[in-house]
Design a binder for this molecule. Structure first.
Ligand code: ATP
Length: 281
């Protein structure tokens, strides 16, 4: 098992941040972690990385309790925060000092990442733009070849080429056996590479949707007029009409749209497919 949470709970103060979190991720792949603001995405990533501790329940990552921060886990897991600290060092110097913490660190891949992300390896990170800093940090994160990669809002600040390169690197990572969890509000930027959508709402997990299954379970249709009152699906105004999603396996006339699916699931009108029939209220 790569990630296993049972009845996981967390609170910073008296108020609960997360409760009754049950989650099993047992294979390589890319999971998009999505939720409204303040619902606990970053906290869940920090729990997985051992930077926050559970207040109840069980949590194991690569067979370890992250709160114990054992060396075997720290060497095989990498967490990239949304606003990571960047030393005033060049990317070359950063790798010189930090790569040693990751036994699978691939220096060749790091050099390739810096080239493809168009990062100057010899320019200190306090003298580059936000997006350039982000590219350098992603280059390092991807080169760790960590078995579990946790990325918090990784695409913020990236230009179009940067996002494209990022998606290609993610695909290469999963092909090499990585399990990647990406917390993001920008689903459209990663939807083509995700194979699962993990939805947090009301401080707990409301669904873990296999997107291969979802394509067969949910139907997406572009309609010229708003569906009638009482329609069991979800409809969203888009250019050219209304994009509807239904959980009835009827034929689609347009492709799966993750943002619309997310809105439909958080809105409570649709249910999860297969074994994940957590009815949303
Ligand atoms: N250090 C902290 N001390 C106290 N409360 C915190 C702390 N960090 C986060 N919280 C609270 O915990 C809840 C979850 O925060 P978290 O940052 O995990 O949410 P998020 O889903 O990542 O949010 P966003 O989408 O805005 O980035 C929020 O209500 C937040 O106010």
């Amino acid at each position: 098992m790569i990630i296993e949470a049972r009845g996981l709970a967390h609170h910073y103060g008296p108020e609960k941040t997360l409760s009754d979190v049950d989650l099993v991720i047992d294979r390589a792949g890319i999971t998009g972690l999505c939720a409204p603001n303040g619902e606990g995405k970053t906290t869940l990533l920090k729990l997985l990385a051992g930077l926050q501790f559970p207040s109840a329940g069980e949590l194991k990552v690569l067979g370890h309790e992250p709160r114990e921060r054992p060396l075997d886990l720290l060497q095989r897991l990498y967490f990239l925060p949304s606003e990571p600290h960047a030393p005033k060092w060049t990317p070359t110097k950063i790798a010189h000092y930090y790569a040693a913490f990751y036994p699978n660190f691939d220096h060749q891949l790091y050099r390739e990442n810096l080239v493809s992300f168009r990062v100057d390896p010899n320019k200190p990170l306090d003298r580059v733009s936000f997006g350039q800093k982000r590219r350098a940090q992603l280059s390092f994160a991807l080169a760790t070849r960590a078995q579990v990669l946790l990325l918090d809002e990784p695409t913020i600040g990236l230009d179009i080429q940067g996002k494209d390169q990022f998606r290609r690197s993610l695909i290469a990572g999963t092909e090499a056996g990585q399990t990647i969890v990406i917390a993001t509000h920008l689903l459209s930027e990663v939807e083509n590479v995700l194979d699962h959508l993990l939805l947090l709402a009301d401080r707990t997990i409301r669904g873990y949707v296999d997107l291969g299954q979802a394509a067969a379970f949910y139907s997406f249709n572009l309609k010229p007029v708003k569906p009638p009152y009482g329609d069991k699906g979800y409809a969203r105004r888009v250019p050219g009409g209304w994009l509807t999603v239904h959980a009835d396996g009827r034929p689609s006339n347009t492709s799966l749209d993750l943002e619309t699916l997310y809105l439909a699931l958080t809105d409570g009108r649709l249910v999860m497919p297969g074994t994940l029939q957590t009815p949303l209220v």
